[in-house]
Design a protein around this ligand. Structure first.
Ligand SMILES: [Zn+2]
Length: 242
């Protein structure tokens, strides 16, 4: 096999691995950001409950004040009942007392409704606080794992980049120039696998004479259609992006 071709195949393999590790490193912060987003949603919903609870306490206090006022009025009216002179005045006072009593009952019902809401909100709040703790624990452990993974990936990536540099330096200058030129135009993928009778990158048919040249591996042949350097491999892990 042409010595440069063998190196180019290794180079291609290295490029794909570099891309794979670069993508992984790029994905990590996004994963963590999604987790942080979830945490902030829980926090927001939790503080919504706290706000509503504070508002409810105020509303309840106000209603309790209303009840107190009405009760005071009624006890004053009751004292006046014994002092009134006419039947008309007596009736009017009784009517006031009756009306205030019904207002008190109505307001007490409102207080009760607010207390029920309070109870429900407190229960929810407790659950959300629990959830928040769980989410925080998940984020912390995922962060630690991500940091370890990133460190490892970066070290592998560094080795791969060194390997790429060594490989590029080891091929002859003309082949290197050709490889760099094609890689630039083909998003870093300068090689394509020949399989059957076609280029696996652009799927254009390869002429039999050219195919036998590729199969021999003795010279560097490029695809007539996509210009990538072709190498013979009936099957293998290095599929080229279309
Ligand atoms: Zn092609």
């Amino acid at each position: 096999m042409h010595p440069d071709l063998e190196k180019l195949i290794q180079l291609q393999e290295t490029e794909l691995e570099i891309k794979n590790y670069s993508d992984r490193i790029e994905q990590l912060p996004r994963h963590l950001a999604a987790l942080e987003e979830k945490l902030s949603e829980t926090l927001q919903s939790l503080s919504g409950n706290q706000d509503r609870l504070a508002k409810l306490a105020l509303e309840k206090r106000k209603l309790e004040g209303v009840i107190q006022d009405l009760e005071q009025k009624n006890s004053k009216y009751r004292e006046q009942l014994v002092e009134v002179k006419t039947n008309e005045q007596y009736k009017a006072l009784l009517h006031e007392i009756e009306f205030n009593s019904s207002q008190i009952r109505k307001t007490e019902d409102e207080v009760l409704t607010k207390m029920e809401e309070e109870e429900r909100l407190r229960k929810e709040l407790k659950e959300k606080e629990q959830l928040l703790q769980e989410e925080k624990a998940v984020i912390n452990s995922e962060k630690r794992a991500a940091e370890a993974e990133e460190e490892q990936d970066k070290s592998i990536l560094g080795n791969l980049q060194n390997r790429r540099r060594d490989l590029i330096e080891s091929v002859s200058p003309s082949v290197r120039e050709m490889y760099n030129r094609i890689a630039r135009f083909r998003k870093g993928v300068a090689l394509a696998r020949a399989n059957g009778d076609s280029c696996q990158a652009c799927h254009v048919r390869i002429r039999p004479q050219v195919l036998s040249q590729i199969m021999s591996g003795e010279c560097i042949v490029t695809c007539d259609s996509c210009d990538r350097i072709l190498y013979w491999k009936p099957d293998g892990p290095y599929e080229v992006a279309p």
